[in-house]
Design a protein around this ligand. Structure first.
Ligand SMILES: CC(C)(COP(=O)(O)OP(=O)(O)OC[C@H]1O[C@@H](n2cnc3c(N)ncnc32)[C@H](O)[C@@H]1OP(=O)(O)O)[C@@H](O)C(=O)NCCC(=O)NCCS
Length: 158
């Protein structure tokens, strides 16, 4: 088992309108585009619509992770009944330092504290080792066999 490393100190806050540009920038980074469902960048108009809908959707939680007050990533969680589906992006310059794991830990704590869901899931492309590893380090486990090139990761709380 990999020994636990010291993770960066990150804190989550709810995303707000001022985060639109930075979140679009992370979404349109080359690596994030490659792992996205559509495989293409989002336009300004498309993003503006999506972002406004996201901020007003009570079942969608979009958090910005900050390290020392600087935005370093985002965690999005879509809640449907007892299930919460995760999507994460770390700012390109901050990858590989444990930010992904640190913000995932914060998000799981937030979900537990507010009783938002008990079954946490994420879909990662089979080749996205950094993502799969980050989720596994936080306690998610692979469920079933990969389907359509995606691995399902799951963490059941309680
Ligand atoms: C995936 C992503 C969120 C991970 O965040 P991160 O901050 O870079 O990841 P972390 O540093 O917390 O953890 C990555 C882990 O994977 C490991 N890892 C990285 N690349 C790896 C590789 N090619 N093979 C195996 N393990 C790898 C790291 O060593 C680390 O594990 P460790 O803590 O045991 O050393 C980030 O790289 C990212 O935003 N990528 C683009 C968007 C994306 O892929 N989102 C996820 C969609 S499901």
């Amino acid at each position: 088992m990999t020994p636990e490393r010291a993770l960066p100190a990150v804190a989550l806050r709810a995303a707000c309108e001022d985060d639109a540009a930075i979140i679009r920038g992370w979404r349109n980074d080359t690596d994030a585009v490659r792992v996205s469902a559509t495989g293409r960048p989002v336009s300004q108009a498309e993003h503006a619509r999506w972002f406004a809908e996201t901020l007003s959707d009570p079942d969608r939680h979009l958090w910005v992770a900050e390290e020392g007050g600087i935005p370093v990533g985002q965690v999005r969680v879509d809640v449907d009944g007892e299930t919460a589906v995760f999507s994460i992006v770390v700012a390109p310059a901050g990858r590989g330092r444990g930010i992904g794991q640190a913000m995932l830990r914060c998000a799981v704590t937030e979900i537990e504290r507010h009783g938002l869901a008990t079954k946490l899931t994420a879909l990662a492309r089979e080749w996205n080792a950094a993502s799969i590893h980050a989720f596994e380090q936080v306690g998610f486990r692979r469920r079933g066999e990969p389907e359509g090139g995606f691995v399902t990761l799951e963490l059941v709380l309680g």
